[in-house]
Design a protein around this ligand. Sequence first.
Ligand code: FE
Ligand code: FE
Ligand code: ZN
Length: 282
Amino acid sequence: MAKNNEQIHIGCHLSSAGGFEKMGREALSIGADTFAFFTRNPRGGSAKEIDPADAKALRDIVTQNGFAKLVAHAPYTLNPCSATKKVRDFAHIAMADDMKRMEYLPGNYYNFHPGSHTGQGIEKGIELISELLNDIITADQTTTILFETMAGKGSEVGGRFEELAEIIGRVKLREKVGVCMDTCHVSDAGHDIINDLDGVLDEFDKIIGLDKLKALHINDSLNPAGSKKDRHARIGEGHIGKDAILNVVYDPRLIGLPCILETPHDSLEGYKKEIAMIRSGR
Ligand code: FE
Ligand code: FE
Ligand code: ZN
């Protein structure tokens, strides 16, 4: 099948330690035209002061180079449905602050892991997550908040499409939320994207609506479908395999969405090669 790679938008996670403009330049240096970055320390939660001039420099790079939307990532420690009140309070404070910070880069995406209910049950988890969203989303924010499809390990919420649909259904400002599909996570959660991508997308469409699918995390998986593990592999070095990954990226219903690689590489060079491979379509 001839692949139309002109519509492909792809990048990886970049370190925000050196500021916004640096990420923009790094993206260009590896052939990326979108990228992800943590809005604050991914395993802690502290955030650096934003320099407006630095944000403007990145906005210029993005427009001048035709980037797709950026996909910022909330810290892993952000859990709106923990049984511990302190953890839930941090989720509120951090996400509300992140929404303000994201306005330095208006109109982009902010992806987060819906959370882990830590024993309270899925229903309670969904309730707490929806509460957080209704508390912090404002009508004038330009950021769309994305829920990541999860592998369903432990007490994770978001391993089933129904759970994400339920959260979306409870959000009042529904136009401000969407979904980011992670290929490793959906496969680990038991969706057969290898042999039946069409079926998985049909199901997504029926339960959530494909209009809500805004971004993709592109990862191979160290584990077979249904393992509920969530361990990423480089493209072609896992159980999903390169062909199935390319089928996702080039699917007529998905093509054009920002694709973020979260594969394990120790240098940008590794991502540069993976991006080139995906752009070449083989
Ligand atoms: Fe993630
Ligand atoms: Fe992911
Ligand atoms: Zn993952």
